[in-house]
Design a binder for this molecule. Structure first.
Ligand SMILES: [Zn+2]
Length: 280
């Protein structure tokens, strides 16, 4: 039985990323820091990353998972599509993987240019880092599982973060769980492990178009203690901030780069009007 990728990467094809270019982006000495801030524990923030810039997320002083949403800045109906990214790239993403947008756009919104946890690979339990398998924690599942109302889950943190940008709860979408170690167990159930990030670890994205990003510092912190069930523990002591840095790149690096265009499918799903044969 052939279990190779369902969407194989053909050399020179649309899934074949230009590694030479993105390696140059990652190592370009001419980058300039244009914005830097820290997202405090158990909250969310949103910020813009212009096309051709790089955004670095840093676990500044200890392990912390982050729930990342990405929109096309000028058309937020176009946003990160976790499920298709999982199929086109992998369930856990790292350097040179691309983060794809939803239909009817389907283009890379961002390309990962650096990941200091890349060498984590796969652990003894099958855990891997930077997960598109799961989604954000939210107050509805929390209410269902615990009976309590809590306003600081990632879904709520992201909702508050995007309000000043004209977006709402309905714009919050399935996330990329950065720094989060997850997998599927032998029963095909989703599991989460302790976050392996150390102070100073980072994950870096190249913006393929003008982007709005939002990140929640998950209230579960480093996910080292159970959040639900009889052994549940308040994880506040296991929470850390995440740093955000945005860099402008040297024009020289970008001279041959072109912003990816939205998908050119020109059909209309079989709905185009045709002449009625009875009237001809
Ligand atoms: Zn969360």
């Amino acid at each position: 039985m052939d279990t190779s990728a369902a969407y194989p990467t053909v050399p020179g094809g649309p899934l074949d990323v230009d590694r030479e270019f993105y390696a140059a982006v990652a190592t370009s000495p001419g980058r300039t820091l244009v914005e830097a801030f820290e997202i405090p524990i158990r909250t969310g923030m949103a910020w813009q990353v212009p096309a051709g810039h790089v955004c670095r997320l840093v676990t500044v002083d200890g392990p912390q998972v982050g729930d990342l949403n990405i929109w096309s800045l000028h058309n937020p109906r176009e946003r990160f599509w976790a499920a298709r990214t999982r199929q086109l790239q992998a369930a856990h993403v790292t350097t040179y993987d691309r983060l794809w947008s939803n239909l009817p756009y389907l283009r890379p919104l961002a390309t990962i240019t650096a990941d200091t946890l890349e060498d984590y690979g796969v652990d003894a339990e099958g855990g891997r880092v930077h997960d598109t398998l799961g989604t954000r924690c939210d107050p509805y599942v929390n209410r269902m599982l615990s009976g309590d109302d809590d306003d600081f889950h990632c879904h709520s943190n992201l909702t508050r973060a995007v309000l000043p940008h004209g977006l709402t709860e309905f714009d919050v979408h399935d996330v990329l769980n950065v720094f989060q170690c997850t997998g599927l167990n032998e029963k095909d159930e989703y599991f989460m492990k302790d976050c392996p990030a150390r102070p100073g670890d980072y994950f870096e994205l190249f913006a393929e178009t003008d982007l709005l990003l939002a990140l929640s510092t998950c209230p579960g912190g480093d996910l080292s203690v159970p959040l639900w069930g009889p052994d549940a523990v308040d994880p506040t002591d296991f929470c850390h901030p995440i740093g955000v840095e945005v860099y402008k790149l040297d024009e020289q690096v970008l001279q041959d780069w072109k912003e990816p265009q939205v998908n050119p499918y020109a059909g209309a799903h079989g709905l185009r009007l045709r002449p009625d044969p009875a009237k001809s």
